[in-house]
Design a protein around this ligand. Structure first.
Ligand SMILES: [Zn+2]
Length: 546
């Protein structure tokens, strides 16, 4: 079928603008809603690429700078509609942030702010420390994803994307997304800090007396598809891990560096919790990894080592306190990670240790702290160089396909949209703080265009944003509530060559990576949502000034 793929949300006036055609045409036109032709140009041929499997043609209309609502046409084929305006991403940013509010666990939602998406208080019972009779109050925080689990490492990483966004792009503090405001010493917190505090308060409850942090809080098995308040199974705090403890130490130190300007008492509590976790890590130098107990099937969030986590913790504490002993630890963990990589053939931190930014490989987040610290030394220079070289590599990948997209076939794994967003974060940091380059800007924009509809599925991967936005996330409350549409602003995991669920496995094995996607609620391997897939989009939209 003939398609014109386009970013269905739109563009700012001066940005690069393109549509991708999967059919040959001489010319294209930009028309307004009344059908008037306002711009025309020549279509250029790219050819076939490995990620879409399609022959692609490009319609570049960067020179068209009128505000309004438009479509791109070639012959009798038209794209989905889109907008050109300098405020084009503002609503998107608000909705992507508001999702954290809708994902709140406990008694935090109100009808005033949640509207039709209100749910009754959930998961309010005391949790049992697994294998003991000990009970603990661990209410609050955000549900992690399509399930109702709450996981320390995933929560810390999501908070980190939001808070590094605040540190790098201060405009995030001005975004209002209609949530109840939390009072603080300075009056009221900015909305983003009110929302993040919900998760920080929860994470602090996950810390044990001795400083270690429980890896996760879930029922023994995933709940069936029911509303959260109907999930009454016993809650368990599963074992502590060094990965959760390190991520917790890191994110509390990062949070301290921001909250201290609003509420010194709360910031002090964050720093004390961070340092207590760090002391535990120092006393327990061996990795304490995490694996599910037999029979339990909730998220494992396992990691093979903890060097990247300890590096992040030390870097964030060094940035927050200036204490050189943390900086010595940063160098030490970097050395140990290199040794580990040398000894484990085939093991590599994705891309590179200093820039890796997954939910598990978090050293890149530590490097962000060191970039913020801005020391004039060897390691900081090395980090800046690596961010630059990784951004160069990522931007170059974008020249291999007609979409300008920095994705290789092997990047289409479970949660491929996070792979893309990680790359966009690296490009954004490099563009703003290492060296501003047109190819970085182009690659970031191509990533945003892809997420919002310029892809071979012709679908926007953010609910409620785009004429053809996906509608069926693998997410229990939106599947079970009485509301027709999911709440807006949810990022889908996106295409995944692994096709790991039953419905997905019906797709032919030779499906092109970009087309390994079905908008179906049962497709947990293609269409789930998570807090740490929404959070990097907030960072990227902040770069765009939204
Ligand atoms: Zn809950």
């Amino acid at each position: 079928m003939k398609h014109i793929y386009i970013n269905q949300v739109g563009f700012t006036k001066d940005s690069t603008k393109k549509a991708v055609l999967n059919f040959e045409a001489e010319e294209f036109e930009v028309k307004n809603k009344a059908g008037e032709k306002l711009f025309s140009g020549k279509v250029t041929k790219f050819g076939t690429d490995k990620i879409s499997g399609e022959e692609t043609f490009i319609a570049d209309f960067s020179d068209f700078k009128e505000e309004g609502s438009f479509v791109v046409c070639a012959g009798d084929i038209a794209s989905a509609g889109f907008t050109i305006s300098d405020a084009v991403y503002h609503k998107l940013m608000k909705d992507v942030l508001k999702c954290f509010y809708y994902l709140r666990c406990g008694d935090a939602l109100t009808k005033e702010y949640a509207g039709d998406y209100y749910h009754k208080p959930c998961h309010m019972s005391l949790a049992t420390v697994y294998g003991t009779d000990e009970k603990k109050d661990v209410t609050g925080g955000w549900h992690d994803a399509g399930d109702y689990g709450r996981y320390s490492t995933a929560g810390a990483v999501a908070v980190a994307h939001l808070l590094y966004g605040v540190r790098f792009f201060g405009n995030l503090l001005d975004v209002k997304f209609n949530i109840p405001s939390e009072n603080c010493e300075k009056g009221q917190y900015p909305d983003i800090l009110s929302e993040v505090k919900v998760e920080l308060d929860f994470l602090m409850k996950m810390q044990r007396e001795d400083g270690a942090v429980y890896h996760k809080l879930t029922t023994f098995c995933h709940a069936p598809f029911i509303m959260p308040e109907e999930d009454k199974e016993e809650l368990f705090l599963f074992a502590v891990s060094s990965i959760a403890t390190a991520d917790f130490a890191a994110v509390c130190a990062l949070a301290y560096s921001i909250y201290k300007d609003f509420d010194s008492a709360y910031a002090g509590k964050l720093l004390a919790a961070s340092q207590k976790a760090y002391e535990w890590l120092t006393e327990n130098p061996k990795p304490l990894l995490f694996y599910n107990v037999e029979g339990s099937n909730t998220g494992q969030y396992d990691e093979a080592e903890d060097y990247s986590n300890r590096y992040w913790a030390a870097a964030a504490l060094y940035e927050a306190t200036g204490d050189e002993s943390y900086y010595e630890d940063v160098r030490d963990h970097k050395r140990k990670a290199a040794d580990y990589g040398d000894k484990h053939a085939g093991f590599g931190f994705q891309g590179d240790f200093l820039t890796c930014m997954g939910w598990a490989e978090v050293a890149g987040l530590g490097s962000l702290s060191l970039i913020l610290k801005g020391a004039d030394d060897e390691l900081t220079k090395e980090i800046m160089t690596r961010f630059g070289s990784e951004a160069d590599r990522i931007a170059k990948v974008g020249t291999l396909n007609g979409f300008g997209l920095s994705m290789l076939p092997e990047d289409y794994i479970w949660g491929s949209n996070m792979e893309l967003l990680k790359y966009m974060m690296i490009l954004a940091v490099a563009d703003r703080f290492v060296a501003s380059k047109p190819e970085y800007k182009k690659a970031i924009h191509a990533g945003l265009d892809y997420l919002l509809g310029c892809n071979s599925m012709d679908v926007s991967y953010v609910t409620g944003h785009g004429e053809k936005a996906y509608k069926n996330p693998h997410l229990r409350p939106t599947a079970m509530d009485d509301v027709d549409k999911p709440w807006p602003g949810l990022v889908s995991g996106g295409p995944n060559r692994g096709l790991q669920d039953e419905k997905a496995s019906e797709l032919p094995k030779d499906t092109a990576p970009m087309k390994c996607y079905i908008d179906d609620v049962s497709c947990y391997s293609l269409n789930e949502i998570t807090i740490y897939w929404n959070s990097p989009l907030v960072f990227v939209l902040a770069y765009f000034g939204a």
